[in-house]
Design a binder for this molecule. Structure first.
Ligand code: UDX
Length: 497
């Protein structure tokens, strides 16, 4: 197979296959990386599940924008092994991931060894490097070993969360874990390098929690295992930047010698697109939106009508779900704060709809006066809107980075996985907001909103502006992420075979 590739003169150039986990937060950001590599003139194949690909092509501008912008970029799809009617979301997400992992390896191998990629366009070289989602670390590492192909891992989480997952076996060995019940949640872990005296048990990735242990023991051991697999990759890519997570990165580099910090990737791509004077973005939107849901742009018209810095934007990302009771508690907090709010409520976000009918009238009234609820928004644009003053977020890593770039301070209400540790860094290390972790109380929320938007507004605005500047500096020419992008391209070219 490889000899054949060498006989083809075009094989001299490099062709990267990008393989994300089929979830919004992963696909979105790996597509940004894919575009950045295409902008560096590499051939790129983006391999997605059929299901996600179909949604992307339906709801984003990619179907027209990619071919119009990058002649060397193609999409390929594989099956996730599930029937069409499977929901693939909410509490069925894990089922989907298990099925995808089970069926993915064979199909990936087939794509790589067949003439498939080559035959589509004879001018294309074969795939000679894989950038795989580190959450599926063993899958791509195995295929790389088998086919003698270089594999680079990409993790969509923060460096801090990556390092926490990596360090957990040591913390368990030292006897500091497992967590011993609710009363143990505020104990500070002394043994996490780079995070000394910072991380409490409640700030660890949620799967470490006793309350979740029965359901998630399997998930935690999988995540620990997959994180260790990145030791087998040639390099590690993280969506972060040196000024944000430098201390933890220096610990990671002791174990992973080649770490490319390219983030915030959305800002990085925006910066390179404008530098290349690319004009294929849609007229409506100034950013690339790799969305899997239909975007409702009516929120932008509503925002245009609000005074500057007056709105709290509220969103819990693409996966998290809440109970009707939590929804009402948050809703009371928002309305009682007397601030304007824009709230994303995905159709699948609230579980237990039995109490649908009896929404208290004061909530409906308060929302009519000052609020706007919507199913899905163009988040990057919303955060950049001059009317937005704060972000109540579930602390997903993409949302956190998007808020950092926009200089918008945060109220963090993390749900699960990496979000618990992200919110700790936002509040206690970077001082970009407040952490409402494990609390759902209208009074607490009302107070936090007022602190964020009135009483402590100045201090939060100052630290958020400073961090936004550092983020933008990192992705501009000569900045740390931009330089690391150039070295990554060189590294890929030199190791591709
Ligand atoms: C999850 C994890 O929580 C995250 O930390 C991990 O890195 C990836 O998987 P998710 O829960 O979806 O992701 O959150 P987040 O990482 O914040 O990603 C959500 C994405 O959806 C963001 O890019 C955001 O801009 C986008 N979004 C959200 C919209 O475009 N519109 C919306 O209305 C809401």
């Amino acid at each position: 197979q490889m000899e054949k590739a060498e006989a083809n003169p075009a094989a001299a150039s490099t062709h990267v296959l990008i393989f994300p986990c089929p979830l919004q937060g992963h696909v979105n950001v790996m597509l940004k990386l894919a575009e950045l590599l295409a902008l560096s003139d590499l051939h790129v194949t983006f391999l997605n599940s059929d299901y996600i690909h179909h949604r992307l092509m339906t709801f984003s501008d990619l179907q027209t924008r990619i071919p119009a912008t990058y002649p060397k970029f193609q999409f390929k799809t594989i099956s996730d092994g599930l029937p069409p009617q499977h929901p693939r979301s909410g509490d069925k997400t894990i089922e989907m991931l298990n099925s995808f992992t089970l069926h993915g390896k064979t199909q990936l191998r087939e794509i790589l060894v067949s003439d498939d990629v080559l035959s589509e366009n004879c001018k294309k070289p074969r795939v000679n490097c894989i950038i795989g989602d580190g959450m599926l670390g063993s899958l791509t590492a195995d295929i790389g070993d088998e086919l003698g192909m270089p594999v680079i891992h990409f993790r969509t989480i923060s460096a801090s969360c990556f390092w926490a997952y990596f360090s957990l076996p040591k913390v368990y060995e030292s006897g500091q874990l497992p967590i011993r019940g609710e009363e143990d949640m505020d104990r500070i872990l002394g043994d996490l390098d780079g995070m000394e005296n910072l991380v409490r048990c409640r700030d660890l990735p949620s799967f470490c929690r006793e309350s979740e242990r029965d359901e998630s023991n399997g998930i935690l051991s999988t995540l620990i295992f997959e994180t260790q697999q990145s030791l087998r990759a040639r390099a590690l890519i993280l969506n972060t930047f040196e000024d944000l997570e430098g201390p933890v990165l220096s610990h990671i580099r002791l174990r992973f010698p080649k770490v490319y910090t390219l983030g915030p990737l959305h800002a990085h791509l925006n910066s390179r697109i404008s530098k290349a004077s690319i004009t294929t973005l849609s007229k409506q939107s100034s950013t690339t939106t790799n969305t899997l849901w239909e975007v409702d742009r009516s929120c932008m018209t509503w925002l245009d009508a609000q005074p500057p810095k007056s709105v709290l934007y509220v969103s819990f990302g693409s996966i998290a779900w809440i109970s009707r009771q939590q929804l009402l508690e948050i809703w009371h907090g928002l309305v009682n704060s007397n601030k304007r709010f824009l709230w994303v409520i995905r159709p699948d976000m609230v579980v237990g709809k039995e109490a649908d009918g009896d929404t208290p009238v004061e909530l409906l009234e308060g929302t009519k006066e000052r609020g706007f609820m919507v199913g899905w928004v163009p988040q990057e644009e919303v955060l950049a809107h001059p009317a937005v003053a704060g972000f109540m977020t579930h602390s997903g890593w993409n949302s956190t980075l998007e808020s950092i770039v926009a200089g918008v301070p945060m109220i963090c209400w993390p749900f699960f996985a990496d979000q618990q540790i992200n919110s700790r860094f936002v509040s206690h290390v970077w001082k970009l907001g407040m952490d409402m972790k494990d609390v759902c109380d209208r009074k607490v929320l009302e107070k936090m909103i007022n602190d964020l938007m009135v009483d402590k507004r100045e201090e939060f605005t100052k630290s958020s502006d400073e961090m936004a500047n550092l983020a933008l500096k990192a992705v501009r020419e000569g900045g740390s992420s931009s330089s690391k992008m150039d070295s990554l391209v060189e590294f890929i070219k030199s190791s591709a075979k």
